[in-house]
Design a protein around this ligand. Structure first.
Ligand code: FA5
Length: 345
């Protein structure tokens, strides 16, 4: 029995010395000190030996057990230290790597363009007014001198909610709403930015887009005032050398009416691909407020005159940034959006 115990002790010591990781150590522990391990087996067979030898063998079993346990603990500490060193050695920390920077958001190019447009007009003394996107037929068409059988309605194919309610096709209804709310106050001098909707969908036309309306009504407002305001805006927006050109056009709510072109922002008027060789880019519609519209707004066209204009914000942003597809504004592609301003760009 004694020999057997010493043999177990020697074997276990050898196995402990040979184990080089925690898993191997655990195997050795189970094999010799576990519930079904070699030492336990010896303790169990105590009843087979003569009673007088039991205390001696019992003590020896306990000694072997204590010695193996303390050796196991020693080895465990050594092995864990070695394992930790191996891990640290394999894990190379490069302290020269740049940190992970959290990118701040950037303003959306349309928001940035809108803010710039608003800024220029605010500096010229215009106030910002808004109106609803869900509009009545009366404000969107009738009050603007576009009766239901008027062919001009075809140019603004609309989304109807009911027979008399629709998503507004332009920001011009704000002209009427504002005048009705403020007549007979003078001057009326507002811009009105906002979303508008049409049944359009191609690389340069979106079903939802932004416009900025402008309206100035006062005693003695002339076409010259309109031209001066638009020229000042174009120069603030696109640079001092910018020129504008007005071409006769037609809108039911202005008379006379004009399409306003800006000298090409890409070639400066020489003629290029963007302006299709003409040197000019069409950016907005404008004109002198029609007497009927003034009357519908609550003003006397015999006493006051006014001008109005409406510009497409996407168009202006596309020209400013050289963007050739309007759908990029709404696709939410972070690679596109990150290119505009901000620290994260
Ligand atoms: C109007 O909407 C008039 N209300 C503008 C106006 C106001 C004229 C006041 C006179 C006085 P028009 O339909 O041309 O006009 O649209 C104005 C601008 O909106 C266009 O020059 C264009 O830049 C933009 N636009 C029109 N349809 C779309 C579309 N589907 N997607 C993007 N921009 C558009």
């Amino acid at each position: 029995m004694r020999e057997e115990l010493l043999k177990i002790k020697q074997e276990a010591e050898k196995a402990l010395a040979a184990a080089t990781d925690s898993a191997a150590l655990e195997q050795v522990r189970v094999r010799y000190l576990g519930k079904k391990g070699e030492l336990t087996k010896v303790s169990r067979s105590m009843r087979d030996i003569p009673p007088e030898e039991r205390p001696v063998i019992g003590r020896l079993v306990n000694e072997v057990k204590a010695s193996l346990e303390s050796l196991l603990e020693e080895r465990r500490q050594e092995v864990e230290r070695a394992e930790k060193e191996r891990r640290l050695g394999a894990e190379v920390i490069d302290i020269t790597l740049p940190g992970r920077v959290r990118r701040p958001g950037t303003p959306h190019p349309l928001r940035a363009t809108l803010a710039e447009i608003e800024d220029v007009f605010i500096r010229m003394g215009f106030q910002v007014a808004t109106g609803p996107e869900v509009e009545t037929d009366y404000y969107n068409f009738e009050a603007l001198n576009i009766p239901s059988d008027h062919p001009a309605r075809d140019m603004q194919d609309s989304f109807y909610i009911s027979r008399d309610v629709l998503l507004r096709t332009h920001t011009s209804p704000v002209q009427i709403r504002y005048m009705q709310a403020h007549a007979p106050e003078l001057p009326v001098k507002i811009i009105s930015p906002g979303r508008v909707y049409r049944r359009d969908d191609d690389p340069t036309h979106s079903p939802m887009f932004y416009q900025v309306e402008g309206l100035q009504v006062d005693h003695g407002i002339t076409f010259g005032d309109l031209k001066g305001v638009l020229l000042a805006w174009a120069r603030a927006m696109y640079g001092e050398g910018t020129r504008i050109r007005l071409r006769p056009s037609y809108f039911p709510f202005t008379e006379p009416s004009a399409e306003v072109d800006v000298s090409c922002t890409m070639c400066g008027g020489e003629g290029c691909r963007v302006c299709k060789g003409t040197g000019w880019l069409e950016v907005l519609g404008a004109g002198m407020v029609h007497p009927t519209v003034l009357r519908n707004g609550g003003y006397d066209p015999e006493k006051v005159t006014g001008f109005a204009f409406g510009m497409g914000v996407e168009r202006i942003a596309m020209l400013k940034y050289g963007i050739d597809d309007i759908r990029l504004f709404y696709a939410n592609d972070i690679r596109f959006l990150r290119q505009f301003g901000g620290i994260g760009a």
